[in-house]
Design a protein around this ligand. Structure first.
Ligand code: NI
Length: 164
């Protein structure tokens, strides 16, 4: 296992739509092991494969941060959602930004586990937010894409200054 480098905005991999996993083979299992080590070391409560440079539909989530709440999902999809909530979110790929993002309060997520079994997970609160955030990554969407244009422009200006 190894800790992988987490890509940060504006790396182009983060903007790409990730491809579905066709076969859960050793390569995918190794990727997941490395993602878990990377997520816990960061530390973070979720990670999506594009964040470590693999444009594949794989996410890891653990809102407990201590392996009790560990969820690995291959090809995850949100089947349904209800209610609205707004919470401050951060992202390992957008290090200096904390933004209030509007999300569904409850979601039903489906996907495959590492053995290829179909699973469905009803989620609410922080777990629901984490799923929506990580699945966004698979579609090339970052938290800066979920805030107002004004806030996005301010963030981009700051970033430009930083790299001048
Ligand atoms: Ni993120």
């Amino acid at each position: 296992m190894s800790i992988l480098k987490i890509l940060t905005y504006p790396d182009p991999v983060l903007k790409k739509k990730a491809k579905p996993v066709e076969m859960i083979n050793v390569r995918i299992k190794n990727l997941v092991e490395d993602m878990l080590e990377t997520m816990y070391a960061a530390p973070g409560i979720g990670l999506a494969a594009p964040q470590v440079g693999e444009s594949l539909r794989v996410i890891t989530v653990d809102v407990t941060r201590k392996e009790e709440g560990l969820i690995v999902l291959i090809n995850p999809e949100i089947i349904s959602g209800e209610g609205e909530c707004t919470e401050e979110e951060g992202c390992l790929s957008v290090p200096d930004l904390k933004e209030i993002v509007q999300r569904k309060e409850k979601v039903l997520v489906k996907g495959l586990d590492l053995e290829g079994r179909k699973i469905q997970i009803p989620a609410e609160g922080l777990l629901a937010i984490a799923f929506q955030h990580e699945i966004d990554h698979l579609d090339g969407i970052l938290i800066i894409d979920r805030v107002s244009r004004l806030k996005r422009d301010i963030f981009k200006k700051k970033l430009k200054k930083k790299f001048k």
